[in-house]
Design a protein around this ligand. Sequence first.
Ligand code: CP
Length: 312
Amino acid sequence: MPESQLSTKHLLGIKYLTKQDLHLIFDTAKEFKEVINRPIKKVPSLRDITVANLFFENSTRTRISFELAEKRLSADTVNFSAASSSVKKGETLLDTVNNILSMKVDMVVMRHPAPGAPMYLSKKIDANIINAGDGTHEHPTQALLDAYSMQEALNSDLAGKNICIFGDILHSRVALSNIYCLTKLGANVRVCGPPTLIPKHIGKLGVDVSFDVRKSLEWCDVANVLRIQLERQDIKYFPSLREYHNTFGISKAMLDGLNSDVVVMHPGPINRGVELTGDAADSDQSIILEQVENGVAVRMAILFLLASRRKV
Ligand code: CP
């Protein structure tokens, strides 16, 4: 396999990528970032490719970002939303996808509430599958755009950098994909949040654990703050949102009290005033909108590299 190819046919999770894959994706994304900042933002790289965006769960950023990435690469696209589809009439995932594929689709971008749904499909169909978030499992393109944005903000690779992931680690696919990605890149990774929202055996993934937000902010170069995922919490993990904010929320005043400037990130959507105050989210230290911009370039890189592999 030439070094300019990914080691995998699908993007199911960061767990299945090599360090070399990560660097290839970042180098390719850098080139596409330059392209999307030109007056003419479109290239013909995916002109003969049809991509189906299958969203079985809500999304704003990921869906628009993939659609834009596909359009910038000149792919043909079809969009599917479970809420307005025959899934509501009882059709299975495999039947839905096979019907779409019989219309000659080459690549599938899929978000699904069930962990493992993209892996299941990849064993049943021939198209390249890109996981756009599967339940509480992985959100690989979010982790890739996060790591790319961290490198850009720090103007450095991430080996030896201190990255803390704050918040609801238990229910977060972004947390797991970030942990796989950042540890592969040699960063020191910590998770910080209430004990009830941190999985018991997470240390086995090579991260350390803290329950102290202030100490963790003092320690880190980058704070990746995650959303409290109330829609996935069927029991109470903390007494109230106000108490969560008082103990684990991050504010501009806390950032101003640190000895160094921590880079602040959030994958969105933000619960303003819960995990992050509005003034922290909008501060000069925040790169939240840069993350969104970089998401298009990173997704162009993934689509391009997986499509290139089809020709091998
Ligand atoms: N970050 C993220 O996945 O956002 P959406 O749910 O809006 O796609």
